[in-house]
Design a protein around this ligand. Structure first.
Ligand SMILES: [Zn+2]
Length: 307
């Protein structure tokens, strides 16, 4: 077996945070033929990098196998639509997005969010890897590029004259297998004075509340604000604001721009969030080791109740 390396900084990984054993892929369709065969099981094991503290799953599966028949359609959830509508209102208010600005969403799904920008006459572009889901979005009149987002796709779009004034992605950062390719792609696609917003489940919440159920195969990275800031910074992007959201058991919404753009004041919330994470011990390997011990004993307790 090849040595495991951090998907961000390539440091050798030895510390397991959670080992949930063998589990099936949760978001895959199970077809009639597959029901007759055995569903594929994969090891579900999360590591922490001792250098950048990125909590991550080991590589085991190509993203194609996960996303080709991706079964989740965002518009199915009412609460998620409300969340998308409120986000649109907020962004329009805060950054005065006018009809000249282009809003680009990565993993735009069926257009559940971009439809609210379209309603306001703001130009949009969705990027969605699952062709069946993208098709639904296109039928709604939302321009959608089918493909995996990364450097290559960003360069192609820029070549076509596309630059994002607002570049967003909800629950996608944690799902990408190559986080460096993804973040550097955002750097390429972002307009000089453009804004990035990303939402992802907060590692601090996961560890504080022991949310083991949020660990699953499609979810490659588990991010703290500090680690996300470190990754963005390595690609020439800086965080200028952060908010805590109740979604997915506790998420963060980060705001970023080019490192050399000085049009946004860095909010006090950025420093406060880093302090809060440091206080919990997210920058010490001992914290993760203690968590791993707790996870192990909880798993044994659970097994005992099943026998
Ligand atoms: Zn690392």
């Amino acid at each position: 077996m090849p040595a495991k390396q951090c998907r961000f900084c390539q440091t050798h990984l030895t510390d397991t945070v959670v080992d949930l054993g063998m589990s099936p892929l949760s978001n895959s369709y199970v077809s009639v033929e597959q029901l007759n065969t055995k569903e594929a099981f994969y090891p579900l094991r999360a590591y922490v990098c001792p250098k950048c503290f990125l909590v991550q799953l080991e590589d085991f599966e190509s993203p194609d196998a996960i996303f080709n028949d991706y079964a989740y359609f965002s518009s199915y959830a009412d609460t998620w639509l409300t969340h998308a509508r409120q986000y649109t209102e907020k962004m329009c208010e805060r950054f005065a997005t006018t009809n000249k600005k282009l809003v680009v969403e990565i993993a735009s799904n069926d257009g559940y969010l971009l439809q609210y920008f379209t309603e306001r006459g703001i130009p949009v572009l969705g990027i969605e890897p699952a062709a069946n889901v993208a098709q639904v979005s296109i039928e709604k009149g939302i321009p959608t590029e089918i493909g995996f987002f990364g450097r290559k796709l960003a360069q192609k779009l820029v070549g076509d004259g596309v630059k994002a004034d607002l570049l967003l992605g909800n629950n996608v950062l944690a799902h990408v297998p190559d986080i460096n390719d993804f973040v550097s792609g955002m750097k390429i696609l972002l307009q000089k004075d453009g804004i990035i917003t990303m939402e992802f489940p907060h590692l601090l919440k996961l560890m504080k509340e022991r949310q083991f159920d949020t660990i699953y195969h499609e979810h490659f990275s588990y991010l703290s604000f500090s680690t996300a800031e470190h990754i963005f910074s390595a690609h020439g992007l800086k965080m200028f604001d952060v908010e805590e959201l109740p979604t997915h058991g506790g998420s963060l919404r980060i705001y970023a721009c080019h490192s050399d753009f000085h049009g946004h004041v860095v909010r006090g919330r950025v420093a406060r969030m880093k302090e809060k994470e440091a206080r919990f011990g997210l920058k010490e390997i001992a914290t993760y080791r203690a968590f791993a011990e707790k996870a192990k004993s909880l798993k044994l307790e659970l097994l005992a109740t099943l026998i």
